[in-house]
Design a protein around this ligand. Sequence first.
Ligand code: ASP
Length: 350
Amino acid sequence: MSYQYRHTNQVLLIYTGGTIGMGANSLTGALEPLDFREFLREMPEFAAIPTKVDVYQFSPPVDSSDMNPSLWATLAKVVVENYDSYDGFVVLHGTDTMAFTASALSFMLRNLSKPVILTGSQLPVGQLRTDGKENLITSIELAADHYPDGRAKVPEVCIYFSGKLLRGNRSTKINADGFNAFDSFNYPHLADVGVSIRYHDHHILTPDYASPLRFCPQMDANVVVFTLFPGIQEGLVRHIFEAKELRGIILRTYGSGNAPQQPWLIRLLEKAGQNGLVVVNISQCAAGTVEMARYGCGTQLESAGVISGYDGTVESAVAKLMHLQALYSDPSRIRELMRQSLCGEVTIDY
Ligand code: ASP
């Protein structure tokens, strides 16, 4: 089907908070949020951007450490309510939990046909050596970029940072200081930005242009991320697994999805499954995939009902589980959908 789209040459910039829009408090020196609209008025580079940029500002701005599912839904709703008026969206966001927000948005905004680019910076945009200006200006260009027939070049939720355009639900913050703060170890970059923008088209999602955007803002946050370590104690694990509100566990295992061969752990996992908990195996390694059949200490997890999180990130597994728990009460349906790629968040080799 041919795709009809009227270009507005307009991008909506949504400022949620984060270092990019902060300035130093004159008394304490600590970074605090500023009025971003005021700031943009004084940024000469901003006036030179050929795309019209409107600004929507969260009030008050949020340090991304304070992000939560309800703020994710607010953010997604801003995109939905303005969807027809803009070519794309740039979300300015703190780096600390940006990968969680990007993952959550990818599940909340299904069949997206316009770019939603999250970015931020390590140094505030008002500081001389800031990385914020390049991140901001390139993100606006990426959000506005389209093919001659009107299709957006990147119809996905992405993170743009320091020359790399990444799939949002594949991204992780990898550096607390360096400008090169994000990467997606298990998925190729969607674009690399230097003197020009090199898109890697075959890695970019293709939406179903015949169907509309589906907005799914609900999240059920009754999940826990649980990291295995040598010496882990049965009593403490039991407390967590028996919490009555708990519906889903992200189990951070060793290597290719392995766990200590302790009978008590396997018993607790089996019981969790029988009680309707969904247990998802995500490796503690930043790269590679879960393959429980590779070692005996992984096979035992599979037999206990633990499901593979494949090569997904913790951030996207958390968001996906919250999303599915909000949509379905039946744990077997949640397990079934956890085993599928809903919007490019995992690689499944059948
Ligand atoms: N604490 C800040 C935040 O995540 C850090 C940053 O923006 O990079 O909001």
